[in-house]
Ligand binder design. Structure first.
Ligand SMILES: [Zn+2]
Length: 405
């Protein structure tokens, strides 16, 4: 069986080993070594990467029989005695996050009586799931204070092997599903926490640097807590500081006033939108009066015929409806464009059904779909410029007065 050296030594990332088996994992070549520091995916922690005999290691798995399978990007080296190197940056990051998780988990027990039921560590996020929901922000601050105090105290972190008979004497939070050793692997943060765990850890809490809780949300019956340790926390702070710095410069306020400045901007925007709506309504009234005053009369009916270029169809529709509230009036409106729109309306005191004239207008445009009530209909959808729309409205007007006479 592969000797798993990372259990007692998380530091070593360069070593020599012997290939004892050449095999495959799916469609990739893989090797088994007599001894390895490579951590295989498990216990919530992702596998290491690196090189074996110059060949890239892309995955490390525990095979069903308990052997550690090093999955390679290409054919394994020819020789059996190989130099191995683990990506130390990736490994140390996992060590910081993983050890941080042990401390955070214990802190939640002590401060909030909340117990960790799941742990997930990936290249970009670390989360624990707790069995308690609705943890107030004040309590989260207390937890953060406690974990960072334990970091500052620089306590030793020690892996130990406990024989099963003695395991009852150890306060163990969680028993891993699968044991690859003759006893129970426990990791002790001196005087603070003892957890059964076969992962890789830093050797003193000070190496974690800092732990920051990033997000807490209710999840199933409990909560999911996202946090960042060490280098990840620093990068997160750097990124957020840059964002806040930019916002505070753009809003010309101190960073602590950014929230209020955004509230103020939103209130101003809301007021401006309200004023704009009122002004638009007023403008439409004036426009309507002007159009009515200028409208020629035909057979005792005022005919408002207008091409509205670049106008919002909703606004035009509102204007047309308002104009049609007058007595003895016909309103023929068009909006040119990729999908030109025509809107026809008449006052209630006239008999004409406008669906026919709308079809006459479509005939001029060479297409179009639509219809509506006898006194209000609309449609379009084909491309037409202002001239074509004007010609279409002209055809609609002819149709209205021919049918009336
Ligand atoms: Zn652990």
């Amino acid at each position: 069986m592969t000797e798993r050296l990372y259990y007692d030594d998380s530091r070593t990332t360069e070593f020599r080993a012997t290939i004892v088996e050449r095999t495959r994992a799916g469609d990739r070549p893989a090797v088994v070594l007599d001894r390895t520091y490579f951590y295989p995916t498990g216990g919530g922690q992702p596998h290491d990467t690196g090189v074996i005999g110059g060949v890239e290691v892309v995955d490390v798995q525990t095979r069903e029989d308990g052997e550690v399978l090093h999955v390679l990007a290409s054919d394994p080296p020819g020789e059996d005695e190989v130099e191995c190197r683990i990506d130390a940056g990736r490994r140390f990051d996992f060590m910081q996050q993983h050890t941080g998780q042990h401390i955070l988990t214990q802190a939640f027990v002590q401060v909030a009586d909340a117990h960790t039921i799941a742990f997930h560590l990936s290249e970009d996020t670390v989360t624990i799931d707790l069995d308690r929901a609705d943890i107030p922000p004040r309590v989260l601050d207390e937890v953060e204070d406690l974990v960072n105090r334990v970091i500052t105290e620089d306590r030793p972190v020690t892996p130990r092997l406990v024989v099963p008979e003695n395991a009852s004497g150890v306060r163990v939070r969680r028993i891993p599903g699968q044991l690859h050793t003759e006893g129970l692997r426990v990791v002790e943060v001196e005087g603070f926490d003892t957890t059964a765990c076969g992962g890789t850890h830093v050797s003193r809490t000070g190496e974690i640097g800092i732990i920051k809780i990033i997000k807490v949300e209710n999840h199933r019956e409990g909560s999911r807590v996202e946090f960042k340790c060490g280098g990840r926390a620093l990068r997160d702070y750097r990124q957020k500081h840059a964002i806040l710095d930019r916002l505070s410069n753009e809003l010309t306020v101190g960073y602590w006033e950014v929230g209020e400045a955004v509230d103020r901007l939103r209130a101003e925007l809301k007021a401006a939108q309200r004023d704009l709506r009122a002004a638009t309504r007023q403008l439409a009234e004036f426009e309507g009066e002007r159009l009515l005053a200028q409208a020629p009369t035909r057979e005792g009916v005022r005919v408002v015929r207008q091409v509205f270029e670049g106008r919002d169809p909703g606004d035009v529709r509102t204007l047309v409806s308002r104009l049609a509230e007058s007595d003895r009036v016909v309103v023929l409106a068009g909006i040119p464009g990729e999908k030109a729109q025509l809107i026809l309306a008449r006052s209630a005191d006239l008999p004409t059904n406008l669906n026919g004239p709308l079809q006459a207008a479509f005939a001029v445009l060479g297409g179009g779909r639509g219809g509506g009530r006898p006194d209000f209909c609309q449609g379009g959808g084909v491309q037409a410029d202002a001239m074509q729309v004007a010609a279409a409205l002209d055809a609609a007007e002819q149709a209205i007065f021919e049918s009336a006479s």
